[in-house]
Design a protein around this ligand. Structure first.
Ligand SMILES: [Zn+2]
Length: 344
């Protein structure tokens, strides 16, 4: 009797102290003690009389308990799988009533319509960086109904980010940016799938990661990562929408050398010397500027996915917010580009 009460006591203690499943480890330990107390071929063990039962009985009890717990785990696994069943988040297939209502203003547009919205639902887009440019990019891609949105960033939200990184909130300071972004995107649109990668993009993973997506948007503010993303996109044959901002000025373009346009390295072949182009942290940036440039990036992504209008391949937009001037300049592929030259 004491033997059984021991299990009940451990379970109750676990509930009270919030141990989760770790009470099971203690329960297993208690079961081993009970078995040892009843071990056959030993001198009369005084503990055996106190805890009650016999060796065979406790063996059967242990097997039954293991069977019940195992069955419960299987049920849980099945339920977990059901919770993310394809019908809930599937990027393709028919729209549900609530989705038709949500995307009604897109479906009204001749250039997007039902087929374009379906393409958005079936699209997989990777966003590098969940900072200033990433914020509007991620929010608008989520709102627009892009079916699968991956986001990679190794930073955590800091107070100094919130002046412009509008996807994050004061309450989420200290949280990894990709998870903070995921919370905001899920709250905005529960019909999409968000894949957060809380890590730095490195040479080892870049090509494999990019290959999983149809389109990449890069809004990082360090040149190493920009060139790495470009190399990975060229290697994987995936188009890249690249945006950059500093102080009052920003630029955006689409690089798709597989279709004949230039790659990022064709236009910016030489990395600026260290310290020549200051980052936002060094030089400052006006709050709405990433909103302007990031929204243009999201716009180009929606156009690319749906096939609407004319994309930015071969053109670079430069926006000067201080004097409210926008220029569009032509950019060309360089045959001697060390990234995309001779590839296509
Ligand atoms: Zn190139």
């Amino acid at each position: 009797m004491i033997g059984l009460l021991g299990f009940v006591a451990l379970w109750a203690l676990g509930r009270w102290r919030g141990w989760g499943a770790s009470w099971l480890a203690l329960a297993a330990g208690w079961w081993v003690i009970l078995l040892l107390a009843h071990l056959p071929f030993q001198a009369e063990n005084p503990l055996a009389g106190i805890v009650g039962g016999d060796f065979g009985g406790w063996i059967v009890f242990g097997m039954l308990a293991a069977a019940v717990l195992g069955y419960r785990e299987v049920l849980r696994a099945v339920r977990r799988r059901k919770a993310v069943a394809p019908s809930e988040t599937a990027p393709s297939g028919a729209f549900r009533e609530a989705e038709l209502d949500r995307y009604a203003r897109h479906i009204l547009l001749r250039e997007i319509g039902g087929p374009g919205q379906k393409r958005l639902k079936g699209a997989k887009v990777l966003v590098v960086g969940a900072g200033g440019l990433g914020s509007p990019v991620l929010l608008y891609l989520a709102a627009a109904g892009v079916g699968v949105i991956g986001v990679i960033d190794h930073d955590v939200v800091e107070g100094s980010n919130l002046q412009r990184q509008v996807i994050h909130t004061d309450g989420r300071i200290g949280m990894p940016k990709v998870f903070s972004a995921e919370v905001a995107m899920r709250a905005l649109n529960p019909f999409i799938e968000v894949r957060p990668y809380h890590r730095q993009l490195t040479e080892e993973i870049a090509v494999d990661l990019v290959r999983d997506y149809d389109l990449v948007l890069d809004g990082t503010d360090d040149f190493e990562t920009r060139y790495l993303v470009n190399r990975a996109c060229v290697a994987a044959g995936v188009p890249l929408i690249s945006g950059a901002i500093t102080q009052w000025e920003g630029q955006v373009s689409l690089f798709d050398p597989a279709k004949g346009g230039p790659c990022y390295a064709c236009v910016f072949p030489v990395k600026p010397a260290a310290g020549l182009v200051p980052t936002c942290a060094e030089a400052g940036v006006a709050a709405p500027l990433p909103g302007i440039i990031g929204s243009m990036m999201a716009m180009e992504a929606v156009k690319w996915v749906t096939g609407a209008g004319e994309g930015l391949a071969g053109r670079l937009v430069i926006h000067d917010a201080l004097y409210t001037e926008t220029r569009v300049i032509g950019v060309k592929r360089r045959a001697d580009c060390e990234v995309c030259g001779g590839r296509h």
